[in-house]
Design a protein around this ligand. Structure first.
Ligand SMILES: C[S@@+](CC[C@H](N)C(=O)[O-])C[C@H]1O[C@@H](n2cnc3c(N)ncnc32)[C@H](O)[C@@H]1O
Length: 286
């Protein structure tokens, strides 16, 4: 199968990406993976035929997937800069990091505060193979990478690398960007989040984005396409996404479709809620 990539060149099965040239761990290349499909939407080079074919099936039912991924990524950068510059956060825990895409979270945070410390975590081996790009900390700051599964919060919170990098007696910004919609209700994502928020001290923040079909029912078909590809996925409506912030004080402007959260000069002003279809917010633990 051959299809056009975002740059207009041809993508075929003959086309070897960087990921295909080096595979030190079992990347299960015959199955689509969410990190690699997302990399495809963002115009990256780390995906395999199974990922590209699954991503094209998503684009067929939700043609704005690339726009949505970019808006989601831009929200991650804006919120990180805001937390570093306006709130004074110096510690970040980013779970479901994805394949590095510059600027990464630590680059955004350390661009404001060079002493910022960032721990990344993901359970996809392809992200692990790229972890070096996430470990390019400033000398004053520090970054660490955990190959860990969000289903097991303690494997992250108790990891020696995390404890050596973050001081859990001081506020931490926990980010779950485009990750928790891979947790169906049967995985109890609200309960998983509560375990993190119980451990993190007052003044910590949660930054979360989540796919929704509230504005475009195509997003429900996206979730179905992911499930058909073997990736658990569940879009959620506004009320269920808001529940992730129970017990937290939402920062202005509250829960928004992500391009509406403190847009900056780089935010396109012609985006619609239906195109973006990702809720996002930042909440503070009192
Ligand atoms: C759509 S990508 C988002 C990447 C990045 N946060 C962003 O928004 O640019 C979702 C990421 O969540 C990760 N993920 C999914 N389930 C996970 C789990 N159980 N534990 C850790 N990471 C997970 C995937 O491997 C993937 O890298």
């Amino acid at each position: 199968m051959t299809s056009a990539d975002p740059h207009g060149t041809q993508v075929g099965t003959w086309w070897k990406t960087l990921a295909e040239e080096r595979s030190p761990v079992d990347l299960k290349t015959d199955q689509p993976h969410s990190a690699r499909m997302y990399d495809y939407y963002l115009g990256g080079k780390d995906h395999f035929p199974a990922d590209r074919e699954a991503a094209e099936r998503t684009l067929a039912v939700f043609p704005n997937a690339r726009v949505a991924a970019q808006a989601n990524r831009a929200f991650m950068i804006r919120t990180t800069r805001y937390l570093a510059a306006q709130v004074g956060i110096r510690q970040f825990l980013d779970i479901g990091t994805g394949i590095p895409t510059s600027p990464n979270l630590h680059e955004a945070a350390q661009g404001i505060a060079s002493d910022a410390r960032v721990v990344y975590a993901d359970n996809d081996p392809i992200v692990l193979t790229h972890a070096r790009a996430l470990l390019t900390s400033t000398p004053a700051g520090r970054t660490a990478y955990l190959d860990a599964d969000l289903h097991n919060p303690e494997s992250i919170l108790d990891a020696p690398e995390l404890r050596a990098t973050l001081d859990l007696t001081r506020p931490v910004a926990l980010s779950l960007i485009a990750t928790i919609h891979f947790f169906p209700d049967s995985d109890d994502p609200h309960g998983i989040l509560r375990r993190f928020l119980q451990v993190l001290p007052s003044g910590s923040h949660l930054t979360l984005t989540h796919a929704t079909a509230d504005y475009d029912e195509g997003m429900e078909r996206v979730a179905a396409a992911y499930r058909a590809g073997g990736i658990p996925a569940q879009q959620r409506g506004r009320t269920d996404v808001a529940r992730f912030f129970d017990g937290l004080d939402l920062l202005d402007p509250g829960l928004q479709i992500v391009h509406r959260w403190r847009p900056d000069d780089d935010t396109p002003n012609d985006l619609t809620d239906a195109q973006v279809s990702f809720y996002g917010a930042v909440g503070r633990k009192p």
